[in-house]
Ligand binder design. Structure first.
Ligand SMILES: [Zn+2]
Length: 413
């Protein structure tokens, strides 16, 4: 029998294809140069760190501080005058269309869908779309599954299983206002089923916040105006988070985000339809919600130490995927949050509330989902709009190509 060379063995043996693929992958992964952020102001997801250095190798943050040497061939970025943030996480969107691309180009590297009738939308391109976590179809309290049959506490468990089988990461509940005891029992059964399966249950808040909190929901999504001081105390005691979604309420109360849409750091990076939606003027007969009340409630939530998360409710009128997170953080600071608190509401707090343990913070071992901006976003929240660059898993996004795409689209129509 002839002796095979090592190369022949590698080529002929079936398992060698796997080995070869692994070697090629390892080569590709190591081909991406490391990135060093030098002397940069760092908001780590919760607090501001003193000026430091951050090293990214492959998909992760591997070193922080002053006591390490970057490997040869590292790309060095001068962080002087800039702030490095974790990629933003939108805690309230209804994902559709090109949401994930628009989001990431605005520095939103993860989107949490909070109810969507479309099929689960996966990133088309893992490197250049935001990650998405999914609620999927909203669970209604009176209708069984997807059929027009009355729901019961027992059927709610099946509905939760259906949602999880269709890819939901957590469940989103549409709580119907009313005093019928079946609604309350169905709500309790839904929350219990989600929790038994290790999933979160969140509710779009319309009314009866006390019933929802007492049923054990993890989060309340939407206008917090109903929450009086006793409900805020209860939310705090039960560790329930609130996503006020002020940018959407702002529009529904009769105001317009048009001025924000004209920001020269924002408008060039918006597809035409998104720009129109963001700048839309309220045309309803009467304002549906009271913005001053929502703002005041947000201020009181913060004083009551309830966890506030930033979410946009995009693509509702007056919002756009991605960029509205910058508006949301601004409105949160108008409601009394410090810029550092607003940044945490858009990064670390969201990751922690949704148990996303690999992101939302700048720590060694975490994903290199990063947003670099000019200026000091920890004192001036609007500095988050001055985007220098966005990275997802250590891969730098091509915002120049996206800018050209948006410009070409505007000319074409
Ligand atoms: Zn919503």
């Amino acid at each position: 029998m002839k002796h095979r060379s090592a190369l022949q063995t590698l080529i002929l043996h079936p398992s060698s294809f796997i080995l070869l693929a692994m070697l090629l992958f390892a080569h590709t992964a190591s081909a991406q140069p490391a990135t060093l952020f030098k002397d940069v102001r760092v908001f780590d997801g919760l607090t501001l760190l003193s000026q430091t250095n951050i090293l990214v190798e492959g998909e992760k943050i591997t070193q922080m501080g002053h006591d390490f040497a970057a490997p040869p061939g590292t790309d060095t970025i001068d962080g002087t005058g800039k702030t490095l943030l974790p990629g933003l996480i939108d805690a309230h969107a209804h994902v559709s269309g090109h949401a994930l691309e628009d989001a990431i180009m605005a520095g939103v590297t993860t989107v949490l869908d909070m109810g969507s009738d479309t099929a689960r939308q996966l990133p088309k391109d893992d490197a250049s779309d935001a990650d998405v976590f999914w609620a999927g179809r909203t669970i209604h309290m009176l209708v069984r599954g997807d059929a027009a049959r009355p729901a019961t506490p027992t059927s709610m468990t099946d509905t939760v299983d259906e949602r999880l089988a269709h890819g939901s990461d957590y469940v989103n509940i549409d709580y119907l206002c009313g005093t019928a005891s079946i609604i309350k029992r169905n709500l309790e059964a839904t929350v219990a089923a989600a929790h038994t399966r290790g999933r979160l249950a969140v509710v779009h808040l319309h009314c009866d916040a006390r019933v929802c909190i007492e049923a054990g929901v993890d989060g309340l999504i939407g206008d917090p105006a109903e929450l009086d001081s006793s409900l805020m105390k209860l939310a705090r005691a039960r560790n329930v988070f609130v996503v006020p979604s002020l940018s959407s309420i702002y529009w529904k109360s009769g105001s317009s985000n048009a001025a924000f849409a004209l920001d020269t750091n924002i408008i060039p990076y918006l597809p035409r339809a998104s720009a129109q939606n963001l700048a839309l003027r309220f045309s309803g007969d009467g304002a549906a919600l009271s913005y001053p009340l929502a703002e005041l409630s947000t201020k009181k939530l913060q004083q009551a130490h309830v966890h506030i998360l930033a979410g946009t409710d995009a693509p509702n009128p007056g919002t756009a995927f991605g960029v509205s997170m910058h508006r949301e953080m601004e409105l949160l600071t108008n409601a009394g949050l410090t810029p550092v608190h607003a940044l945490a509401a858009a990064t670390g707090f969201v990751a922690d509330a949704f148990h996303l343990r690999d992101r939302g913070h700048i720590h060694v071992g975490f994903r290199a989902d990063l947003l670099l901006v000019s200026g000091d976003a920890t004192t001036t929240i609007t500095a988050t709009r001055n985007i220098v660059a966005v990275w997802k898993r250590g891969h730098k996004l091509d915002r120049t190509a996206y800018l050209a795409k948006c410009a070409a689209e505007r000319v074409a129509k």
